[in-house]
Structures are given as C-alpha cells and as structure tokens.
Design a binder for this molecule. Sequence first.
Ligand SMILES: Nc1ncnc2c1ncn2[C@@H]1O[C@H](COP(=O)(O)OP(=O)(O)OP(=O)(O)O)[C@@H](O)[C@H]1O
Ligand code: SF4
Ligand SMILES: [Mg+2]
Length: 329
Amino acid sequence: MSGAGSPVVRAENLRIGFPTQNRGETVRAVDGVDFAIEPGETFGVIGESGSGKTTLGRAVVCLLKPSEGRILHGGTDPYTLSASELRHRRRAFQIIFQDPNAALNPRMTILDSIREPLDIAAEMPRAERDRRALEMLDRVGLRSDFAQRYPHELSGGQKQRINIARVLTVRPQLIVCDEVVAALDVSIRADILNLFADLQREFGLTYLFITHDLGVVAHVSSRIAVMYLGRFMEMGPAEALTRQPLHPYTEALLSAEPIPLPSTMRGARRIILQGEIPSPTDPPSGCRFRTRCPAMQGICATDEPEWRELTPGHFVACHFAGSVTGNSR
Ligand SMILES: Nc1ncnc2c1ncn2[C@@H]1O[C@H](COP(=O)(O)OP(=O)(O)OP(=O)(O)O)[C@@H](O)[C@H]1O
Ligand code: SF4
Ligand SMILES: [Mg+2]
C-alpha cells in the first residue's frame, strides 16, 4: 500500500518490448516513459491507435512485466515481492477494458460474476462475499434483481457497470480504465463517466484513464499525458495542456477533435496529421514525431528532444516547444 505522500504508481524509464517473427526485431510498444500518479487523481493518457496506451495500462497492473525500467506501487517494486505477496498486491491495481463482455462469463449469473474476484481471493466466508457483491451492484446503480440475470439480458452500459462492480469488490486503490466508454452508445457515456467520478469520491479511487478521445479525457482528468510511438510527448495539468498545448502533436490532436470538445479547447488552426504512425519496431531518429510534424527542422532528425518542464508540472519533448505551437506564437 502507498504510504502518506507517496504516489500510488510510479513508472521509471518504463519499456515494454514484444519480439516479432523477424529475428532480432522488437515492437517497442512502451519505450521509456516516466510518470507518477498521486492518490485520488485521474491521470489521462491519450494517443492514436498503436501508441502503446493499453500496453502501458497492462504494465501498471502487472499484467505485463517491464522489459526495462520499473513500475513502483506505493514505492515498492512489485516484482521484488514473493508470489503470494504479488498476488495480493495486484488486487489493489485493477483494469477495466473497452469490451464490456471481455470479463463476463456468459454462463455465470451477474452475482457470481461480481463475486468472482472475491472467490479467487478466498479470504472471506461465502455469505460475506455475497453481501459485498450485492452492495457493489447497488453502488453501480443497478437493482438487486439484476443479481440472478445473465450477461445477455443486459445492455452494454449495464454490463460495464457490472465490470466496475466486479473490480470494486476487492477494494482497489487504482483502476486502469482502458477505453471504458468507447464501445458504449454515445447517449449513455456521460452516465458511466459520472459514475466513475462518484465512485472516485466515495472510495478515494485513483484512475489511469486511457482513451483516444480527447473529449473524454479532458472531461475526467486532472492531468493528461500525450503518447506517441511508445513515448510521452507532453504531460501536464488537463486545463493547461488543452488550452495551451506545447507540443505540435498535442496541438494537432486538439485541432482535429470534433465536437464535443468545447470551442475554447480547440486550436484556432486546424492541423491535419499527414501519414501513418511509423513502425514501433524502428522509430524515426531524433524526434519520433518528426515524420509527421508540420514544424520539423534539421535538428529534429538528429537530436532527440529533452523532456523539459516549461511551466510547473507541464512537461514537453520538443526542441521548439514554446515557440512552434499556435497558442504561443
Ligand atoms: N502482445 C503483443 N504482441 C506483439 N505486439 C503487441 C502486443 N500488444 C501490443 N502490441 C503492439 O504494441 C504497439 C502498441 O499497442 P497498444 O495496444 O498498447 O496500443 P494502443 O495505444 O492501446 O492502441 P489502441 O488505441 O488501438 O488500443 C502496437 O504496435 C501493437 O501492435
Ligand atoms: S522536436 Fe521537431 S519534429 Fe519533434 S515535435 Fe518538435 S518541431 Fe516537431
Ligand atoms: Mg488500446
């Protein structure tokens, strides 16, 4: 558990590589990322498809082991723990995925599904496990008669509520929310986001909120990191990052964002990103965004930009940050 004042999670030079079928070639899905998430905050991670967001989330909850660098849970490297301590520790770090069906067994009743993490932990008597599962069903806004139903009788939003109840049973400290509203009907997304906010207040939860939807992340996050090809390009307070982006990639994401981003968050210039994300097996030299950057200069191909703190808590990796983005010109 995290001690007073220590981050719930810290990543230090975190790298996750996946070997490919070509000998000696590695997909560098997460390629040197540093951050700390404080208790009770919602840390948003945004980026295009393939930028490494899910890989990062899976590493945070110990579903993937770092290839290099490390993850610290409340100051402790979970991989230094014994197997049983690690199992116990992992309960405090949960993940919910985009597909509401992924964690639900179609042959299990809703009550059995919600109780399952407690059954696996095997630390409470059955009656107590049932009681807590029913309590969580209520907490996520579903009536008790849902308990004996099966997943196919529920809507996508109701199933996502069940997934939230499931992870809450084990009283987590942090929940990684990986595109948790992306598969849901637009009309119910706000309800589910509000539920996350209510539960955060009630249980003191910390969230790592992963999405490609800037509208969602700006709505829920206190801080946002912008990920590209396995690295953070920018990280800062949500308000500052969306109103005055420092990195050309962030600016492009903001300018391309359709409704529902408020107009105050949309850049005046509309920048259309050209081309595809390069292969994460062989990222470009220098700045890895340079092949798509409208502000690219010679130095960008040779020198990797430093991770600089331009204003308190607002970091960026761009040689010309502060002088190339539309908001600062
Ligand atoms: N198990 C795996 N084996 C090999 N490559 C993988 C594996 N998981 C992810 N990758 C690769 O790592 C890179 C990052 O993938 P990841 O799923 O983390 O991206 P993402 O940002 O979550 O994308 P999306 O927005 O589409 O969900 C991609 O190139 C992906 O193909
Ligand atoms: S370092 Fe160069 S290529 Fe990279 S974002 Fe900045 S201006 Fe663009
Ligand atoms: Mg993903």
